[in-house]
Design a protein around this ligand. Structure first.
Ligand code: GDG
Length: 502
């Protein structure tokens, strides 16, 4: 990968995402840019779009003590395996990042997006800083975009960017994708800045979500605040409905009108790179990883796997409580199971996440103390990230993937588990409040707010005959394959109307 500050061409596609599209590492006292090690995850997926245009740009923030004199080049030109593209590094102070990202986005927006009203924290929000940072992102994007270019903005921390961009550059085609859920008006309208946020989103040409329910919620929120008309509705494909589950919808709005503008509302679930994961699943190092895992577990111990970030939305505490109840009710399972609970913190030093982490540690300790023995440890808690290739060995070794968030935009862990199961076995137990539940209808669907539903889902997965496991896994693998990240990329491209000049 090479990087320089040479002259650059205007870009036909500008991606605005808060993180930089590479890793910055220190080598011999110097900062070196490295291509992300794993081609898995959202950053490499977004970079794969670069191959579809003449020239592309990426806008992200980079910390600087003095943004007026940041001590690094604002815009660099990168050449890596995805092509050559500009990266515009927006200098922000640590205080600006804390305010716009850790406070406004994580303490005020995140709880509301995931329907946790009681965790919403308004007091520390500094709205002028949020506006100022979003304005700076919009300016940086406008500076890179060619006439009629597509600007693709990601996630709620950049909610005001589309509105500002439209003022600066009426020629652009603007698309905004939400990676989180989008709640109904009763919940969303807790945010006092609701009208400003929705007006900004209505300046887009395309507003994207994972699933039809979130798109429909957005439209009802917009209609609660402004004159917005639904111009076209469509029947939701059976591919995106799991009959009778909490997030399934049969009809959804696809085009809305506001102030003489038509806005496309798109539901396109992000998927995983199935080819990459399968290749890793077939790799000899995965087989040796599995042998190590088996040796560690012992021949007869059945592995249940749970993976997620440490976050109250992921339902880690509720899941461990269910495990404790099942062990209490089913002494026949003692000595035979191991729950591996991988809960990795992305936002250390935030009170809400520290509280979840200590809750998880407390229950896991209680379970091991109550049921465990010298020979048997019912739960293993992993709090630091596992390299992805090792994670695939765990996916392949686990009889059950137990993925029960209380709310989740999509959830890619469950899809990674399915993509890893090249042997066609394994059971996925999945919360009906993960967006993925509308795509993965062959999972054992559970309601994490119901003790009975949670406990029964786990025991039915443990007791499921092989034939049923394989039938379900076959259906799951078909769904993950059809809704892979390539399908998502194609759906986005179609929504942009191709990437030619607008
Ligand atoms: C947001 C939305 C939406 C986790 N532990 C380890 C590890 N991971 C990787 C997984 C997976 C990723 O992290 C988690 O992705 P999710 O999609 O499950 O969840 P969020 O981080 O909350 O992502 C979500 C997503 O955006 C995309 O739109 O699906 O709903 O909340 O890829 O593998 N990876 C490694 N070691 C770990 O220990 N290597």
């Amino acid at each position: 990968m090479t990087a320089n500050g040479a002259d650059r061409a205007p870009s036909d596609l500008v991606i605005v995402y808060h993180r930089q599209p590479y890793e910055e590492v220190e080598e011999d006292g110097e900062t070196v840019l490295r291509e992300n090690k794993s081609p898995n995850g959202i950053v490499p997926t977004l970079k794969s779009f670069f191959g579809r245009v003449n020239h592309a740009a990426w806008v992200a923030w980079k910390e600087a003590e003095d943004p007026a004199d940041p001590g690094f080049e604002r815009v660099i030109e990168i050449d890596d395996s995805y092509g050559s593209y500009s990266v515009s590094r927006l200098p922000l102070t640590a205080a600006q990042v804390r305010s716009f990202y850790h406070v406004t986005s994580k303490e005020a927006f995140w709880p509301i997006l995931h329907s946790f009203k009681e965790r919403y924290n308004y007091d520390p929000v500094d709205w002028p800083t949020f506006r100022e940072v979003n304005w700076a992102f919009a300016e940086a994007a406008a500076a890179e975009a060619a006439e009629g270019a597509v600007v693709w903005v990601h996630d709620y921390n950049l909610w005001l960017v589309p509105g500002y961009l439209r003022q600066m550059r009426p020629d652009l085609r603007i698309s905004f994708f939400h990676h989180t859920p989008f709640p109904s008006a009763d919940m969303f309208n807790v945010l006092p800045w609701r009208r400003e946020i929705v007006e900004s989103l209505l300046a887009c040409d395309v507003v994207g979500f994972h699933i039809p329910r979130f798109a429909a919620n957005f439209v009802t929120v917009a209609q609660s605040l402004l004159e917005v008309e639904v111009l076209e509705r469509a029947t939701v494909s059976t591919e995106f409905t799991t009959d009778g589950t909490a997030l399934s919808d049969r009809r959804a709005p696809v085009i809305i009108g506001h102030a003489d503008r038509r806005i496309r509302v798109v539901a396109a679930p992000v998927g995983v790179d199935v080819g990459f994961i399968e290749k890793q699943a077939w790799a000899p190092e995965t087989a040796s990883g599995m042998a190590d895992i088996r040796a560690e577990l012992g021949q007869d111990t059945r592995l249940i796997l749970s993976v997620g970030r440490t976050d109250y939305t992921k339902g880690g505490i509720e899941q461990l409580e269910s495990y404790e109840r099942v062990l209490t009710e089913r002494p026949d399972l003692h000595g035979k199971l191991r729950l591996m609970h991988v809960s990795v913190s992305a936002n250390r030093n935030m009170a809400a996440y520290e509280e979840v982490q200590s809750g998880i540690e407390q229950i896991a300790g209680r379970i091991n103390g109550t049921f465990g023995s010298f020979e048997w440890q019912p739960v293993s808690l992993i709090s630091s990230p596992i390299p992805f290739k090792n994670l695939v060995a765990y996916y392949r070794s686990a009889e059950i993937a137990w993925i029960t968030p209380l709310a989740d935009g999509m959830n890619l862990v469950c899809e990674e588990y399915v993509a890893s199961r090249i042997d066609g076995d394994g059971v996925l137990v999945l919360s009906e409040f993960a967006g993925a539940s509308v795509v993965l209808s062959a999972a054992v669907i559970t309601n994490p707010f119901s003790h009975r539903s949670m406990d029964q889902a786990l025991t039915s997965a443990l007791d499921m005959p092989e034939e049923e496991r394989r039938q379900r896994m076959k259906l799951l693998r078909g769904a993950v394959e059809r809704n892979s990240v390539t399908a998502w990329a194609d759906a986005q491209m179609a929504a942009f109307g191709g990437l030619g000049a607008g």
